[in-house]
Write a protein that binds this ligand. Structure first.
Ligand SMILES: NC(=O)c1ccc[n+]([C@@H]2O[C@H](COP(=O)([O-])OP(=O)(O)OC[C@H]3O[C@@H](n4cnc5c(N)ncnc54)[C@H](OP(=O)(O)O)[C@@H]3O)[C@@H](O)[C@H]2O)c1
Length: 328
């Protein structure tokens, strides 16, 4: 890469610590600035992760002309506001998932990126993990024959706390936008947008979804059976079944993990092989590397995590959340 990119992190969120660790794997990523609502928190983050500058407000950080690209890591309800602030300031943006609160906001973010001619990408880190990409390649190469059924469970017990972002509706809480998004992303990545969506859910006491079951039917006849929960510890794996066997991303399926192919006759395993994966870092390095590769090429959107993909993902999320709430 010709240039080193000055990364800035907008909010000293828990996830921002992991992302900063990911940046450490990338020689072309300069850990430049961090901004938090409190300067003290920003200073601690800066020292912990070896950044150059700490700011006590997001606005001050965005006024720094040396910032090339901003990772937005605030709560779900603030992604739209903070992404728009960054784009308005002419900064490239990698914004945490879910990209925004609804489809209309995503459309406005994309329109702003076009208007300002600034790069914008949703930080759906799993999309760029080598095991996830290998999963798709193996399916395309026909390892399991014709894929027919995708099953994915994503759930863990999030201790109930009505003010925590997992449960607080004002902070964009709910298992669907927070973790169900990964289960929903996979069939979109594998088969494209579903033709039909069925959902049933139970609410947490705050009214956000607690445990949700989702059924997709796709154009090619594939079926996806997905669950998402902040109420239960689920298997957290993803399995695609075809007429030639099954491919499994082991728990936690959305993180760097193990990939296996299994052939069975319904009762007995005939063959099980682990597919080797080359992976470095904690996984967050891959999405950051994608951003810098795009900046290097001067493109406004990633061909691998395109604006259309994020629009489709948000469109599905909107429908799943609406149908979950209707089912309460
Ligand atoms: N990719 C992944 O693996 C992954 C994993 C977990 C979470 N996430 C996503 O990352 C985002 C942050 O999650 P997190 O678990 O890191 O959350 P968190 O620790 O609660 O951090 C959220 C940040 O939001 C900022 N914030 C600004 N205004 C706020 C307000 N009014 N109330 C509360 N917070 C406010 C705070 O920034 P200051 O530091 O400035 O105070 C805080 O540090 C979410 O969108 C989530 O979906 C992604």
């Amino acid at each position: 890469m010709e240039k080193k990119y000055n990364w800035a992190i907008l909010s000293a969120a828990r996830i921002a610590n992991k992302f900063a660790d990911g940046l450490k794997e990338l020689p072309d990523a300069n850990r430049y600035a961090v901004a938090a609502r409190s300067l003290e928190r920003a200073e601690v983050f800066k020292e912990t992760h070896g950044f150059e500058k700490a700011y006590g407000s997001y606005e001050e950080m965005l006024a720094d002309p040396n910032v090339d690209v901003v990772y937005v890591a605030t709560t779900n309800n603030l992604h739209f506001k903070h992404t728009m602030m960054c784009l308005e300031a002419g900064k490239a943006v990698l914004c945490e998932k879910p990209f925004a609160s609804d489809l209309e906001q995503v459309k406005q973010m994309i329109a702003k990126a076009k208007e300002k001619k600034v790069f914008l990408m949703e930080a759906l880190w799993s999309r760029f993990l080598p095991d996830m990409m290998q999963f798709k390649t193996e399916v395309a190469n026909g390892i399991i024959g014709k894929p027919s059924l995708f099953q994915c469970n994503h759930g863990f017990v999030a201790p109930f706390n009505p003010s925590h972002r997992a449960y607080n509706p004002e902070l964009g809480g709910g298992s669907i936008p927070d973790i169900g998004i990964y289960a929903i992303f996979m069939p979109l990545y594998l088969f494209g947008k579903p033709e039909s969506i069925q959902v049933t859910a139970v609410p947490a006491p705050t009214g956000t979804d607690w445990t949700t079951a989702i059924l997709f039917k796709h154009k090619g006849g594939e079926i996806s059976v997905l669950t998402s929960s902040f109420q239960l510890n689920l298997s957290n794996d993803a399995i695609l079944h075809g007429d030639g066997g099954q491919l499994k991303l082991h728990a936690m399926f959305h993180c760097p993990t193990k990939l296996t192919f299994q052939k069975n006759n319904g009762r007995e395993v005939e063959k099980e092989v682990e597919i080797p994966i080359q992976s470095v870092g904690n996984g967050y390095n891959y999405e950051a590397a994608e951003v810098m590769a795009c900046l290097e090429k001067g493109v406004l959107e990633s061909p691998n995590m395109s604006w259309q993909f994020s629009l489709d993902l948000m469109d599905i999320l909107d429908e799943v959340v609406r149908k979950a709430e209707e089912s309460y």
